[in-house]
Design a binder for this molecule. Structure first.
Ligand SMILES: Cc1cc2nc3c(=O)[nH]c(=O)nc-3n(C[C@H](O)[C@H](O)[C@H](O)COP(=O)(O)OP(=O)(O)OC[C@H]3O[C@@H](n4cnc5c(N)ncnc54)[C@H](O)[C@@H]3O)c2cc1C
Ligand code: FES
Length: 478
């Protein structure tokens, strides 16, 4: 175990407001941590590469997603199997590696069981879910917003770049500033209850069940907005489970939210906007980006983002893929190679790069686990990211009173997630209060705004997919 300090102390944009300094213990050894920060970030910051071993092959595992979705960071904390990336650090926590399957009996810690009858349940506290809650804030409808993260805001909390576009769609602001603004605003809404660090786990005959470390909730809503976002995609290559391989979003959370550098010498796979933006952010955090590789013969993201990292001398290698990585407890080397137009590897072009980290920025998949349990009609639409729920222009699914918004309905942007969330919010107000002129006008304006937003040439793919995902308004009422 190598103990070092991976924390970022100076940053051109971010100021990390860390909590009180505390001590936690990893396999009996004391580690410095800060109260309230993600426990995984604290462990990783101390230079620990191996969090756990896989149950059968005993292969080393460490953080990948940093949002509680992959299970790689599970360790025993004070005896209880815990996803450390979504658990805040507390003084004296005792952490042990797990090398088998975690024990279910240890979860019997939840003390409270609460039943909640509510008008609106919102699943997910990213831009889409927060936007629906904003519309409903201050109305006579009771709202519960459930989000499984330590901080509200979904993907926004890790976005440090400035948004483009119009002022009403947050141009000039950084993603984490928008998230903070909304989180403060919602905390003041008397009719909105936010259950953070709480996961919606299923839809049952009796209602929707959500759990946190302390409680189990049975929620009976009249209307539901599912805004559960998306998962980062994985890639198949040799040794792709070694510590040091992370999702680009996971690395962003580590670096931009918790102030911990994911690595020193980095290979980024994927040249879409996410790959390009994270490369620039890594440079800002003092890491070296050895290369960005892209299997397509052209760069996927915007010219402006590519130009920024090229100015720093980062090569963007198109028509290249990753073949594998080597290392014992962590990535030490990556092998890349050229591919032809059919993505076949061109033998003889293999090249080794000395890197300690490989970030995968190879797209997202809609997180539809919960919405499918409501029985809504789904369709595989590659242009929208995969299997997505069908919906009316007003964001209602084929099941009456179940609405969707954001990345789970189509992999797109925070701006469109906000607009869809607002539309879903007004649709609920219209259903609950009848066809009020004020709400109808606001909703039509938003539908028009969404249409105009998607009319840009860069949105061609989404536009096509969106048409395929539309159902007539009456269908949901049957
Ligand atoms: C690197 C990067 C850069 C980007 N830059 C931009 C940009 O410049 N401009 C722009 O407009 N967009 C940008 N985007 C896209 C934008 O961030 C997403 O489109 C947007 O966040 C989607 O919002 P959402 O609310 O649908 O999902 P999310 O932001 O993913 O939020 C969903 C939330 O729901 C929670 N959740 C999921 N399942 C459950 C459950 N079962 N129970 C409880 N909670 C749950 C998740 O943990 C999360 O907090 C960027 C994305 C990335 C990754
Ligand atoms: S669940 Fe914690 S890193 Fe994925």
């Amino acid at each position: 175990m190598c103990l070092s300090d991976r924390r970022i102390y100076t940053h051109p944009i971010l100021e990390f407001k860390r909590g009180k300094e505390i001590t936690i213990f990893f396999e009996g050894k004391p580690i410095r941590a800060f109260e309230g920060e993600s426990l995984a970030a604290a462990i990783y910051a101390a230079g620990i590469n191996v969090f756990r071993l896989s149950p059968i092959l005993k292969r080393p595992r460490a953080v990948f997603c940093m949002v509680g979705k992959c299970g790689s960071c599970i360790v025993r904390v004070n005896g209880i199997p815990t996803r450390t990336c979504v658990t805040p650090a507390e003084e004296n926590m005792r952490i042990e590696r797990i090398s088998n399957l975690p024990e279910a009996s240890k979860y019997e810690k939840r003390l409270v069981s609460e039943e909640i009858d509510v008008d609106v349940l919102i699943v997910g506290g990213g831009p889409a879910g927060m936007a629906s809650a904003e519309v409903l804030c201050g109305t006579d409808l009771s709202v519960v917003l459930v989000d499984d993260q330590i901080r509200l805001g979904g993907q926004l909390i890790k976005q440090t770049h400035i948004f483009f576009g119009s002022r009403e769609l947050f141009a000039g602001k950084r993603g984490f500033e928008i998230a903070e603004e909304y989180s403060n605003k919602l905390s003041k809404c008397p009719n909105v209850r936010v259950l953070d660090r709480t996961t919606v786990i299923g839809v049952f005959k009796e209602g929707v069940v959500a759990v946190s470390d302390e409680a189990t909730y049975l929620i009976r809503p009249k209307y539901v907005v599912v805004a559960a976002g998306a998962y980062e995609n994985y890639l198949v290559f040799e040794n792709n489970d070694l510590p040091g391989i992370m999702g680009a979003g996971g690395a962003q959370t580590l670096m931009n939210v918790w102030g911990v550098k994911p690595g020193n010498e980095i290979l980024v796979v994927g040249s879409g906007n996410v790959g390009l933006i994270i490369s620039y952010q890594l440079l800002q955090a003092g890491a070296e980006v050895k290369a960005v590789i892209e299997a397509l013969p052209r760069i996927g993201g915007w010219f402006v983002h590519a130009a920024k990292i090229r100015r720093y001398g980062v090569p963007i290698l198109t028509s290249h893929t990753i073949l594998g990585v080597k290392g014992s407890e962590r990535v030490e080397e990556a092998t890349i190679a050229r591919v032809d137009e059919g993505w076949n590897v061109i033998r003889g072009t293999e090249k080794s790069l000395k890197v300690d980290t490989v970030l995968l920025a190879v797209g997202l998949t809609p997180n539809t686990e919960i919405v499918r349990q409501f029985g809504v009609a789904m369709k595989y639409i590659p242009e929208l990211g995969g299997l997505v729920p069908l919906r009316t222009p007003y964001m209602e699914t084929s099941v009456e009173n179940v609405f969707v918004a954001g990345d789970l309905a189509a992999i797109e942007e925070a701006t469109t997630a906000f607009i869809e969330g607002w539309i879903a919010g007004y649709s609920i107000l219209i259903k609950a209060h009848g066809m009020k002129e004020e709400y109808l006008t606001k909703r039509e304006n938003l539908v028009r705004m969404l249409y105009e937003y998607r009319s840009a040439p860069v949105s061609e793919k989404v536009r096509k997919g969106w048409q395929l995902s539309l159902i007539p308004c009456e269908v949901s009422a049957k």
